[in-house]
Design a protein around this ligand. Sequence first.
Ligand SMILES: N[C@@H](CCC(=O)N[C@@H](CS)C(=O)NCC(=O)O)C(=O)O
Length: 214
Amino acid sequence: MTSTDRVTLHYMPQTRAAGTRIILEELGAPYDLHVMNMKAGENREPGYLSINPLGKVPAIEHRGKLVTEQIAIAIYLGDLFPQAGLTPAVDVPDRGPYLRWLVYYAACFEPALMDKFRNVDPGPITQSVYGSYDLMLDTLEGALSNGPYILGDRLSLADIQWGVALRWTMMFGIVPERPRFVEYRDSLIARPAFAKVWNEDAVLAEQHAAEARA
Ligand SMILES: N[C@@H](CCC(=O)N[C@@H](CS)C(=O)NCC(=O)O)C(=O)O
């Protein structure tokens, strides 16, 4: 990998982009941060909107291409750095469940959470993309009952994603602290990459708040 192969992560502390940064750390990927101050609205300035019109993070640039959406980024990076051992290869049986549980996060978990958080009625389970909130959560809990990890005995990037997700959603009380969720989250957030990113985020967030007040 040459210096032009470094990944640029468009970043704001204490957002979904922190999960992407933890993934980069876990993979041992070479990366640079482009940090923006969300409290000062920097992600809504023309410079960044010309990169990502949604003004959202995470977004990465790599080899001249932009990738947005945290799960697309996770899959992309996992495939780019298979040597980290966190990515089931395309020709192994775990590949299907790996993709399933990564995509479940974006396709079912987040929509269900947002509806729950805003008191939006998802309607009948046949019309809701995630069935019902309880069914969605029970299904996730069932997947976590087969081993220490979501694929059973094998740690993958899907666990890193879910460790991040369960931490913030249980912290905000959107996901109930079911014993299996707590045990699983705790086993993941004890990993050094999590502490590194969250400690650095706390410093950055404080700086940004001070800058926005000034
Ligand atoms: N669908 C996107 C959602 C990203 C997203 O909502 N990011 C939030 C941070 S947690 C954001 O950038 N918000 C800033 C804004 O909208 O101004 C993904 O999954 O990556």
